[in-house]
Every structure is written in C-alpha cells, then in structure tokens.
Design a protein. Sequence first.
Length: 183
Amino acid sequence: MDQHSVTLDRITSQDGPAIHSWASLAEACRYQAWGPNTEDETRDFVEAAVKAWSDAPQRRFPYVARLGRDAVGLGELHVRSAVQRQAEISYSVHPRVWGRGIGTEIGRQLLARGFGELGLHRIYATCDPRNLASARVLAKLGMTHEGRLRHTHLIRDGWRDSLVFSILAEEWHPATPRTAPDA
C-alpha cells in the first residue's frame, strides 16, 4: 500500500456508518476503554467530534482517515495544555486494513499538523502494553518510550496499564519528498 494515499479529513456526521463498521467490532477496541460501540454510542462520538471543530478555543482535532473514498480509520490530535504546548495523539484503524501502515501514516500526519500547524512543543501517545502493533507504530513515528503508567483505564478484562511515548518538536523530522536518484 502507498501510505501517502491515506488522507485525513475533518470528521463529518456522514462518516458515522463507516466508523461504526469497526467501532462495533470487539477486536478493534480490545485495548480501549470504549466499545464495542452500539449505534447510539458511535453516533454520540461522531456528533461530539463534529462539534469539536467549532469549539473556541479548539482543543480536539478529530479526523477520519481515508484510502481513496473509503473511511478506514480515525486520528485525533487533542491539545491537553495550550500553555505548555502539549497534545496527545490517538488513532484507530479498521481491522480489515491492519498491517498496511495506515496507523503509522495517520500518526505522521497528526504530528505534522501538531508541530507544523499548531506549533506544539511535545506530543505524546499511550497504548496498552499488550498492543504490540500500536507500540511499534509509535516507535516508527520516532516517539520515545517514556515508561509505564499503572492502572490508567478500566476496560472489559480489568485494569489496563499504559505505555507512554512522546516526541518533542526538535526531535520531529517531517517526511521529505522522495526524489529520483541522480543519473
């Protein structure tokens, strides 16, 4: 897959059914405090995400990730402290496209927006220690593993720990366009 074909668009209410197609799946939310979602829960999430775009000051930047026209994931940049210029990123990808670099590309685009457009200083993310694929995504993004926080979320199978990863503005390197080698 060409990861550059992944686009992030502002989430709209029309994205609800596509989002529900994976938010309702147990494997998609196995390590999350949410889900599997009912239709009402997905609708409430989408409505709140759409509303976030008109909040002032805006703190949440929720996107739907698309491959072509197909919604295949979500990505969100959430400013946790405007004063300290810190935000958290999160993402979710439809299981039918796992292993194709989509989560990594969502993360790259969120970091680019956070550092490039919002002028943030530090961006962090967390994941369940059992979610090895997500930990690999965060490492691929150049994020540093900072440690483990104990019992941060109560999920279906008990208390979940969280691995914390972060990247600072001076550590972030935007992707450079690929050019053909000189002949």
